[in-house]
Write a protein that binds this ligand. Structure first.
Ligand SMILES: Cc1ncc(COP(=O)(O)O)c(C=O)c1O
Length: 380
């Protein structure tokens, strides 16, 4: 059975994008590639809303984070990395791998640390080299909607502002230049609706200056080397050409839709999910003000078995969603509402989730859930 992939990444990839990967292999040191790489970086600048330099890295999101951290930080640095879930904790780990000292203000899962706590952590750090934040914490379904304030704090301490936007770039508002983000990292397999395997990074001049005279830890992730090669529209090592073709097509689709419309589509679909699940008595893990428009994190009713529920949903209804991570394992499910998401995907997912819950003994009406979703979806 062909499955409907409703994971918080990788997500469904349209036939247009999949077909682009059938393009014949080209010389990555020839004019055809130069043109492709120029177009790709220009398309990424449009989505990131930035004039900053773009690097498209043949690596997953974690590779992108490691590349940024490894090219900027070393043992003598102190870096503030707020921790409020699995991926913000991994961001801290990427910085720790460089030998830098990590200060990690924490919050309860499903929330974010307060701006005052971040300010205090930056102050107590003395001379922090950077403030690194995850914009959309995929493990809890939380979006940190205070990037503007975080950026102001980073600027006040003359620190770099680095944002992991891997699971949200292309699905929610994120004007990189307006927010003064020095390094922003996106992943191909989430809201950009391309296959997994590419990390996309933007670097401000300040971020590039911070790398000067520093020896990166690895050859592959040496970002200044990428800047040098980009002067001739090339990458230092062989790029993943099929994925570059796919990303190029995915960016073309985004351009055709327009970012404003795309962001609205994600917001409406997310609202439909929250509204439907609430109608049948389920609750989101995050409070309303933190709720993500791209990852819907919902707590299970007390007696529900996560493994049974998700295998029923997958085997009988052909829909794949994710469970909880780490400490949240078994306590919640997560639905990715990303990329190509549309009203019918939202509606069928809600109906099948509710029906699976009902089969497992939870007292609910799938049709109530669906009609609640359509009240919202009709605004699309
Ligand atoms: C916020 C965030 N950061 C980092 C990652 C890691 O990305 P990847 O699995 O592509 O290495 C993910 C993946 O889900 C993520 O959601």
């Amino acid at each position: 059975m062909r499955k409907l992939v409703m994971l918080p990444g990788p997500t469904n990839v349209s036939p247009r994008v999949m077909n682009a990967m059938l393009t014949s292999i080209i010389n990555h040191r020839g004019e055809e590639f130069h043109e492709l790489y120029r177009k790709l970086r220009f398309g990424c600048q449009e989505v990131f809303q930035t004039k900053n330099e773009i690097v498209v890295l043949s690596a997953s999101g974690t590779g992108g984070v490691d590349a940024a951290a490894g090219s900027i930080f070393s043992e003598s640095d102190s870096v503030v990395v707020p921790e409020f879930g699995e991926f913000s904790s991994r961001l801290g780990d990427s910085v720790r791998y460089t030998g830098a000292n990590v200060i990690a203000p924490k919050s309860e899962l499903g929330k974010v640390p307060t701006v005052e706590e971040i300010d205090r952590a930056m102050k107590n750090t003395g001379k922090p080299k950077a403030l690194c934040a995850v914009y959309n914490e995929t493990s809890t379904g939380v979006t940190w909607r205070e990037l503007e304030k975080l950026s102001e704090i980073a600027k006040r301490y003359d620190a770099l502002f680095i944002v992991d936007a891997i699971s949200v770039m292309g699905g929610d508002k994120l004007p990189v230049d307006e927010l003064g983000i020095d390094v922003c990292i996106a992943g191909s397999q989430k809201c950009l609706a391309a296959p997994p395997g590419l990390a996309i990074l933007s670097f401000s001049e300040k971020a590039k200056r911070a790398m000067e005279g520093k020896k990166p830890r690895t050859q592959y992730f040496d970002m200044p080397k990428y800047f040098k090669f980009a002067e001739h529209d090339e990458t230092p090592s062989t790029p993943s050409l099929p994925l570059f073709f796919a990303l190029s097509e995915a960016l073309q689709i985004i351009h055709e839709e327009g970012m404003e419309k795309r962001i609205k589509r994600h917001a409406v679909c997310a609202r439909a999910f929250y509204s439907a699940f609430e109608r049948i008595g389920l609750h989101a893990l995050p409070d309303e003000k933190y709720r993500s428009n791209v990852v819907i994190g919902i707590k299970y009713p007390e007696t529900l078995d996560d493994a049974k529920f998700r295998s029923l949903l997958s085997e009988r209804f052909g829909i794949i969603i994710a469970g909880g991570f780490g400490k949240l394992k078994g306590t919640m499910f997560r639905v990715g509402s990303m990329g190509d998401i549309d009203a019918s995907m939202v509606s069928v997912t809600i109906e099948c989730v509710a029906e699976s819950l009902r089969i497992l003994g939870y007292n609910c009406s799938p049709s109530d859930a669906v009609s609640s979703a359509w009240e919202v979806l009709k605004t699309l």
